[in-house]
Design a protein around this ligand. Structure first.
Ligand code: ATP
Ligand code: MG
Ligand code: MG
Length: 554
């Protein structure tokens, strides 16, 4: 195993350890807001935080950042847990910011008493005007110097539900002239008369992310609170809120920022993914075209391939855009080692071997995976009438066509060498049947001289009378633009690929009779396919996971 160089967060941790920070005080968290399903971007943060936990033998909490009841739901909590487990990570504790609502409230009361927070009763428009701009300092509002008594009374009233939404907010009293806009008296609490998925109707006020996040880290004694680069400017505020409550005997959390994952040909904001779901552009959060963990899983991605991808892209401080093909590369590498090979025909044309006995059938030996000796062999039925892929035959073929044509020989995989003899056409002139002859002595693996004859190519096939009819869902990218949400004048929905899903009827070898959802195969010469959860007793449904070669480079 190769030595990997440390990424910058590991380097920070190594430095603090050598500076005397006790290793048993290291503690990390992954903090999703349960307002949507996890996506491949989250996987980067998950692999980073849980990876540090494994490397330093330190706890990693799963903290649901559930401070906005307007958007959060139990369904998302459950889905997030399922996805994390599937990715192969175990959290130390399952925690919720909402469990800290009382503590957060008490600290806020303390801050009011210390003159560090006040109730503002203006409209949000007025507050925004007073806030100024990045180049223009803000000005103090008329409520900034309310008495502590009045602030306490109002805050309690807000909590008890005495006031309508939007009538008051609690603001930190910091500096309206700070060069950092976020420090110009940021909101700490707003009134929301909403049902919360965990605290029900207990609360009429809910803390803002910036206040709740750092204080929750402190409650959990998180040593390294890792987030994405958009939060760089928030760090000053994160530290300010901690200053108000920090007790020297405790671990003081620090925020560190890394570059988020950006992937081309997709969108990753949960708000946009939700829009795709709600407008029925896709069939749910786990639609195989979605960049969600559940969508990738349903598409046939393996957890190992996603972890490998995160490992390859690494952790750095510079934003970039990763090619979707890198994710597919990691998947192909994994499936190549693990997916059994089978034969399937997705665009069938009938082939008749005129010199093969009509009632005869043979069960021929086929290797399951040449990359994995332990995968063994199976048998596949062979008979006089087969399906081959329509594009594998040309009546008049150029010299470099390494497939079947009239007068030319090819091998049928695991079977015999055949030679094109004639075609039968329908009234419209379309080929209905291809008639061939076979060389009886050329069976694969028979060791005969004829079996070793070199022919132009090898085709996959299925025996018509033995084949299973299945549904196959062929996917293309969901967006036709590399960066669908980067256009100023156009909405990302204008770049939806209208042909991202094509459903075909295919035929597969009978060894696939008893497949279960999530089983993965290589359909030889076609790509990797997995069994979809829509599969029922009478109907097998396959998803095309990925092709054998990179189709994105064309
Ligand atoms: P989005 O902006 O995509 O809707 P979010 O950041 O609001 O997602 P959270 O549930 O708040 O979603 O994120 C949980 C954790 O995952 C956070 O620490 C966040 O920084 C991280 N994360 C989210 N998106 C990415 C990404 N694209 N790359 C890396 N980490 C991410
Ligand atoms: Mg968020
Ligand atoms: Mg976000």
């Amino acid at each position: 195993t190769e030595e990997k160089s440390l990424h910058f967060i590991e380097q920070i941790i190594e430095d603090s350890l050598s500076g005397g920070f006790p290793q048993d005080k290291l503690r990390f968290r992954f903090p999703p807001e349960p307002n949507g399903y996890l996506h491949i971007g989250h996987a980067k943060s998950i692999c980073l935080n849980f990876g540090l936990g494994l490397k330093y033998n330190a706890p990693v909490n799963l903290r649901f950042d559930d401070t906005n009841p307007a958007k959060e739901e139990q369904e998302y909590v459950d889905a997030i847990k399922e996805d994390l487990k599937w990715l192969g990570f175990n959290w130390t504790e399952e925690l919720y910011s909402s469990d800290y609502f009382q503590q957060l409230y008490d600290w806020a009361v303390g801050m009011i008493k210390n003159g560090k927070a006040y109730i503002d009763s203006q409209s949000s428009e007025d507050m925004a005007i007073q806030k100024g701009t990045p180049t223009q300092p803000g000005v103090d509002g008329p409520y900034r110097n309310r008495s502590i008594e009045e602030n306490l009374t109002l805050f309690e009233g807000m909590k008890n539900g005495d006031f309508p939404e939007g009538s008051h907010v609690l603001r930190a009293k910091i500096d309206m002239k700070s060069t950092n806009m976020l420090m110009r008296d940021p909101l700490m609490y707003r009134i929301l008369h909403r049902h919360h998925h965990r605290t029900g109707n207990d609360w009429n006020i809910y803390p803002m992310y910036d206040y709740a996040h750092g204080e929750s880290d402190y409650i959990e004694q998180i040593s390294h609170s890792i987030c994405t680069l958009e939060f760089v400017m928030h760090r000053e505020l994160y530290d300010w809120f901690l200053d108000q409550i920090y007790d020297e005997s405790k671990v003081r959390p620090h925020q560190y920022e890394f570059a988020r994952l950006n992937l081309n040909y997709t969108v990753m904001s949960k708000r946009k993914l939700l829009q795709l779901v709600q407008e029925n552009i896709v069939n749910g959060w786990d639609d195989p075209r979605m960049p969600t963990i559940s969508g990738l899983r349903r598409r046939g991605y393996t957890a190992a391939s996603i972890r490998k991808f995160c490992d390859i892209i690494g952790v750095a401080k510079r934003e970039n855009v990763i090619d979707f093909s890198l994710l597919e590369f990691c998947l192909r590498e994994d499936l190549n080692k693990t997916a059994p090979r089978v034969m399937a025909v997705l665009d069938p044309i009938k082939l008749i071997i005129t010199n093969y006995q009509e009632d005869k059938e043979e069960w021929l030996e086929a290797e399951n995976n040449q990359e994995d000796e332990s995968a063994g062999f199976r048998t596949v039925p062979f008979s006089r009438e087969l399906y081959i892929e329509r594009e594998d035959f040309l009546e008049e073929a150029p010299a470099k066509f390494f497939r079947l044509s009239l007068g030319r020989e090819v091998r049928l995989k695991n079977a015999y060498i055949i030679k094109g003899e004639s075609v039968v056409k329908d009234a419209a002139g379309n080929i209905k049947e291809i008639h061939v002859t076979y060389d009886e002595d050329s069976r694969s693996g028979s060791g005969s001289e004829a079996s070793q004859r070199k022919v132009a190519g090898t085709l996959h096939w299925v025996s018509i009378q033995h084949a299973l009819e299945v549904e196959v869902r062929l996917y293309d990218r969901l967006f036709i633009d590399e960066a669908p949400d980067s256009h100023k004048e156009k909405n990302f929905l204008e770049f939806i690929n209208p042909n991202s899903l094509q459903i075909v009827k295919g035929f597969v070898e009978p060894s696939l009779l008893d497949v279960k959802a999530d089983d993965k195969f290589q359909f030889q010469r076609l790509g990797y396919f997995n069994v979809d959860k829509d599969t029922t007793e009478g109907k097998i449904v396959f998803n095309k996971t990925v092709g054998l070669k990179d189709a994105w480079e064309e």
